[in-house]
Design a protein around this ligand. Structure first.
Ligand SMILES: *Cc1c(COP(=O)(O)O)cnc(C)c1O
Length: 229
């Protein structure tokens, strides 16, 4: 009888396969800070292409990727970001957007399916006329799949609708897509279509993909240029 152990503690415990280890050992490397590392560049370009965005950037962790994405979109002081009250960014990232970035989080209730009611998001957007007292809303964050809702997938229709709302108020849309490929496969929607409405997306290489650490953020050329600086 064949017995095989399946480790279900977390999808972060996946390990590199033999061929991945061999590819890492054989990889051509150079200075990534100076922009010459061909392997890092290939990984970033490939991910951007898959996501239908202009450029990508490898970062050591998903938490860092979400943090710098939020900070770039909220570069002006007194900025506010709309996040789900049960989102990874709000619950599990040490409050970094506030403590490190000085960005004020405005929470909207996450429903059991990981979405936030569109009307409640709209109601949470600050009226610019109150800017003497109010922070300025700059960004909406979604999470797909939604971890604290048991990995529920946000539909492309819902994301498009939030994207329309963001456009209407001149806001950016960031997707914490740590497991966006899971959502793409479960929904049967190509990943570039699923994230079409987003200005930036974070994807983790450390979740179920065999890499021990690492994430990539993708977005426009302009966005990635600001992230690097
Ligand atoms: C794991 C995870 C992150 C953060 O990734 P780290 O690499 O652990 O910092 C962000 N968002 C979601 C939804 C996650 O599951």
């Amino acid at each position: 009888m064949v017995s095989r152990k399946v480790d279900l503690r977390s999808d972060t415990v996946t390990k590199p396969t033999e061929s991945m280890r061999a590819a890492m050992a054989m990889a051509e490397v150079d200075d990534d800070v100076l922009g010459y590392d061909p392997t890092a560049l290939e990984l970033e370009e490939e991910m951007a292409k898959i996501m239908g965005k202009e450029e990508g950037l490898f970062v050591p962790s998903g938490t860092m990727g979400n943090l710098i994405s939020v900070l770039v979109h909220c570069e002006t002081r007194g900025s506010e970001v709309i996040v789900g009250d049960n989102s990874h960014i709000h619950i599990l990232e040490n409050g970094g957007i506030a403590t490190i970035g000085g960005v004020h989080p405005r929470t909207v209730k996450n429903k059991d399916d990981g979405t936030m009611d569109i009307d409640l998001i709209e109601a949470a957007i600050r009226n610019p006329k109150g800017q003497l007292f109010f922070p300025t809303t700059r960004l909406i964050c979604l999470e797909n799949t939604h971890a604290n809702s048991g990995g529920k997938c946000l539909s492309v229709e819902y994301i498009d609708e939030v994207g329309e709302l963001a456009k209407k108020y001149d806001l950016k849309l960031h997707i914490d897509g740590a497991r966006i490929f899971n959502a793409s496969i479960a929904l049967g929607v190509p990943v570039d279509r699923l994230v079409q409405a987003a200005d930036s997306i974070l994807v983790c290489l450390s979740k179920g993909l065999g890499a021990p650490v690492g994430s990539i953020i993708v977005g426009s050329k302009d966005f990635i240029a600001k992230v690097v600086i």
